[in-house]
Design a protein around this ligand. Structure first.
Ligand code: FEO
Length: 395
C-alpha cells in the first residue's frame, strides 16, 4: 500500500498503531506512531528511509507489491537509528549494490549496527545534490545533533518537499497521514512532547539550524518527517513553533512534582499548589506524583512551565529513588531560564531538601532560597513559609 504525497512522491511507511513505548521504554506512546518512508518516482526512483527492524519483511514485501525493487536507483538514509534504517538489511538482501546516500557519520552508524556487509554507501554533506530527472534534484542538509550526530534532511526541488527525518515529527499515528486531517490538539501536544523529550537538549543547535535553513530560502510546500503527520497545511507552522520552543520556552505555568512515603510531602505539594492559585489565579498549576505519573508527559508540563517545585522526603540521608531518577532525566533535557524550589518532610536527619536544591541547580534551574522542610508532618507554622517560597517562584 502507498499513499500519494504529491505528484510522484508516495508514503510507503508503517503506521505503528500498537506501539506503546519508544527508545526501549524511555518514551511513552499514547496515540500510536509511524515510521515514515517515502518513494520518489521521477526519472530516478528513490527511496527515502525505511522502517523499524521488526517490520522489515512486511516493508519490503509492501514495496515489492508497489514497484519492481530493481527499479530503485538509490536509497537515502537520512539517519542511522534503527527505526529508519532497520529494513535496509532485508531490502539490500533483495537489491544488493543499490547505492545508499548518507552522512559520513551515518555510514559509521550503519556499519556499526549492521556490520560491514559490502553495502554501497555514499557519503554526502550539506549542499550536495543529486539529479533525479524531470528537472528535479535532491539536496542534502546535514542536521548534526538533531537529534543524532549523523542526522540529515533531504530537500526535493520542484515539489518543494523537505524530508526532515526526526525533526518536526511526532509519535502520533494519523491514518490519513496529513496534519490537516489530524486532531489539532493532539498534534500540537505530541509535537511538543517529542520536542521536549527528544530535541530540547539540542535546542541551541536547532535554533542555529533553523536560521541556516531559512537563509537557504528554499520554498517549502511540504515537510515530511519520519514520524507522525506530514505537514502540508501551512507547513511552516511547525518551523515557527520550533523557533519558539527552542528559545527557552515558557508559559504562565508552574508544575509541582514530588513523591512521598507517608503523604507528608504530598501535603506540602498541595499547599504550594493552593498558594500559587491564591497569589496568581491566572497561572496554570499542575501537580504530579512522580512515581505514579508518566515521566515524558510530566517533562512536557515542565517544558511549558516558568517554574517548578520538586519534593521528596528524606530517605537514607538522601531522596527517594523515583525523584532521583526523575531529576537525572530533568538534567538531560537541559531546560533553560526556569526557576525551581525544593520541599520535603523528614523524620530524623532531613537531607532531602539540600540534595534536591543541589540537583535542581545542576539541572540548570535557578533555585530559589526558600524551601519547605518540616520534621514529621507539616504544622501550620511550617506551612507559613509557603507564601514566601511561592512569591519567589512567581517573581
Ligand atoms: Fe526516529 Fe532518531 O530516530
Amino acid at each position: 500500500m502507498r499513499t500519494k504525497i504529491k505528484n510522484n512522491v508516495s508514503w510507503v511507511g508503517y503506521l505503528d498503531w500498537e506501539l506503546e513505548t519508544f527508545h526501549g521504554a524511555d518514551y511513552s506512546i499514547h496515540n500510536g506512531s509511524s515510521q515514515n518512508a517515502y518513494l520518489i518516482e521521477e526519472g530516478k526512483t528513490v527511496l527515502i528511509d525505511t522502517v523499524w527492524t521488526p517490520h522489515r519483511f512486511g516493508f519490503v514485501e509492501n514495496l515489492a507489491s508497489e514497484i519492481d525493487l530493481k527499479k530503485i536507483d538509490f536509497i537515502v538514509a537520512n539517519h542511522g537509528e534503527c527505526d529508519h534504517s532497520g529494513s535496509l538489511t532485508a531490502l539490500l538482501d533483495r537489491i544488493p549494490g543499490t547505492p545508499v546516500y548518507c552522512t559520513a557519520l551515518g555510514a559509521k552508524s550503519l556499519e556499526g549496527q549492521y556490520g560491514k556487509r559490502g553495502w554501497n554507501l555514499n557519503v554526502v554533506k550539506t549542499g550536495d545534490s543529486i539529479d533525479i530527472g524531470n528537472g528535479k534534484k535532491l539536496v542534502f542538509v546535514e542536521m548534526r545533533m538533531l537529534h543524532w550526530p549523523d542526522s540529515m534532511a533531504t530537500y526535493m526541488t520542484g515539489d518543494n518537499i523537505l524530508f526532515s527525518n526526526d525533526a518536526f515529527g511526532q509519535h502520533y499515528a494519523v491514518g490519513e497521514l496529513f496534519n490537516d486531517k489530524a486532531n489539532q490538539c493532539l498534534l500540537r501536544l505530541e509535537a511538543m512532547k517529542y520536542f521536549t523529550n527528544i530535541l530540547n537538549p539540542f535546542a541551541p543547535i536547532l535554533a542555529k539550524k533553523l536560521d541556516e535553513i531559512a537563509a537557504m530560502n528554499l520554498p517549502i510546500d511540504i515537510i515530511a518527517p519520519s514520524h507522525g503527520a506530514i505537514w502540508r497545511d501551512d507547513p511552516m507552522q511547525i518551523v515557527r513553533l520550533y523557533a519558539e520552543w527552542a528559545n527557552a520556552y515558557r508559559e504562565n505555568q508552574v508544575t509541582v512534582a514530588y513523591d512521598t512515603m507517608w503523604e507528608g510531602t504530598t501535603q506540602i505539594a498541595h499547599a504550594i499548589a493552593d498558594e500559587i492559585r491564591r497569589q496568581s489565579p491566572e497561572t496554570v498549576v499542575k501537580v504530579f506524583n512522580i512515581a505514579k505519573s508518566d515521566k515524558n508527559d510530566v517533562m512536557t508540563e515542565v517544558f511549558k512551565s516558568k517554574a517548578i517545585a520538586v519534593g521528596s522526603p528524606t530517605v537514607s540521608n538522601s531522596i527517594l529513588s523515583s525523584v532521583a531518577g526523575w531529576l537525572e532525566f530533568l538534567k538531560q533535557l537541559k531546560f533553560k531560564q526556569k526557576k525551581a524550589a525544593a520541599f520535603g518532610c523528614y523524620g530524623w536527619s532531613g537531607e532531602s531538601v539540600k540534595q534536591l536544591q543541589k540537583l535542581l541547580g545542576e539541572a540548570g534551574f535557578s533555585v530559589v532560597e526558600e524551601s519547605i522542610r518540616p520534621q514529621w508532618k507539616a504544622t501550620q507554622d511550617d506551612l507559613a513559609a509557603v507564601p514566601a517560597m511561592v512569591k519567589s517562584l512567581l517573581a
